[in-house]
Design a protein around this ligand. Structure first.
Ligand SMILES: Cc1ncc(COP(=O)(O)O)c(C=O)c1O
Length: 376
């Protein structure tokens, strides 16, 4: 399977989670659209683009259990979170609740806006020894009061690689009238099933390039029907005061019409979804799970175990994580990310279909050498 990707065969690449990897056949599909564009740019970008973007969204809508009219194409999750955050009607006296496992770019967006708009940003700290998904719900509920207007919550967290109980979080949120939930699904699509019709989030932002084999820069924004009219342009141009009738509804036009851009990656999404369907990933989940068991108590995992293609291991408090990261790369050519949440550093290996079990074995051996441990 490795040959289906461009990943350097001399590298032990255990970091699919950061940017994903795109198979050659999907890149070919994207390049084919680029060639088509170059033949007659006006024909593709002016006459055909709108319908092509509607058509390529349809298989994604089916996968996510929603309508294509509830999805806009966006480049990345940072953009989608900004799009929602800037559209929310928030001001002094309002609170937005995040938690300390949320992604840095997302918390920064809300920190910036809280200073601009005057709302209060609260960051709930999840228990250090998180062992049960219910603790996530309890923490969010305990930090909520009548001025809390928005919860921002990951479906799968980044540094700690935890699958949050998103359906139950939505149910808990519904107990607070007027509370909106923005779900950061950057790591969810491709790793866990998503059914937006059942979940009914207010806003859901997800990425297709991490775990669904799509080219970089393919992400989606879901906006529930009752909030679509509130979406304001983040980048202003033709999307403000549209000058011709669009096939798309106004909110999608507002989000997608950002001036001249290359749409070939969005048009290659159906090819990536077909590739994904042909390549089930249960073996990857098993590989990560046995890796986690094998390292045992030497490196406790970040929280309750979840069937994902990545895992987060707690590093000893004495560890200089930047030094470890550099050592793994320079000595062993192992690419694996290290992250930090407050005082706790984490190592977060991923396993994708192009990886081999021996690569996790090499990581285990290297970690044991570095920390002077015996492997069980
Ligand atoms: C949980 C989470 N949210 C948001 C992002 C931001 O994604 P992007 O850099 O594609 O905007 C990431 C990126 O890794 C992430 O892990």
């Amino acid at each position: 399977v490795r040959e289906a990707f461009y990943i350097d065969p001399t590298v032990i690449f255990l970091n699919n989670g950061s940017f994903g990897a795109t198979p050659r056949c999907v890149l070919e599909a994207s390049w084919e659209w680029q060639r088509e564009l170059e033949k007659q740019p006006v024909n593709l970008l002016v006459r055909r683009a709108e319908q092509l973007l509607v058509d390529s969204k349809q298989p994604l809508a089916t996968l996510l259990g929603c309508l294509a009219t509830e999805l806009a194409w966006i480049q990345n999750v940072t953009f989608g979170v900004n799009q929602v955050a800037h559209s929310l009607d928030l001001g002094p006296g309002d609170k937005v609740l995040l938690n300390n496992h949320e992604y840095g770019a997302v918390s920064r967006t809300f920190r910036y806006l809280s200073l601009q708009k005057g709302f209060e940003l609260c960051e709930a700290a999840l228990p250090q020894d998180l062992s049960n998904p219910q603790q996530v719900i309890d923490t969010l509920v305990a930090a909520t009061d009548s001025s809390t207007k928005v919860w921002v919550v990951s479906h799968v967290t980044s540094a700690s690689a935890l699958l949050f109980p998103i359906q139950e979080i939505m149910q808990a949120a519904r107990r607070f009238p007027g509370l909106k939930v923005l779900v950061d699904g950057a790591h969810a699509a491709g790793q866990v099933p998503i059914d937006l019709d059942q979940l009914k989030p207010d806003f859901y932002v997800g990425t297709l390039h991490k775990w669904l084999f799509c080219p970089k820069g393919t992400s989606f924004l879901y906006v529930a029907p009752q909030h679509q009219a509130s979406i304001k342009p983040l980048v202003i141009g033709w999307n403000y005061e549209p000058h011709y009738a669009t096939k798309e509804s106004q909110w999608i036009y507002t989000v997608q019409m950002l001036g001249t851009r290359d749409i070939s990656n969005f048009l290659a999404v159906p090819a990536a979804l077909e590739f994904s369907a042909r390549n089930p990933r249960n073996l990857c989940v098993n590989a990560i799970s046995s890796f986690r068991k094998r390292l045992g108590t030497n490196f406790p995992e970040a929280g309750y175990s979840c069937p994902l293609q990545m895992v987060s291991l707690k590093l000893p408090s004495s560890c200089n994580e930047q030094e470890l990261h550099q050592w793994l790369w320079s000595r062993h050519k192992i690419e694996v990310p290290v992250h930090r949440i407050g005082p706790q550093a984490y190592l977060r290996p991923s396993f994708q279909i192009y990886n081999r079990q021996e690569e996790l074995e090499s990581l285990s051996q290297a970690l044991c050498t570095y920390f002077g441990l015996d492997l069980m």
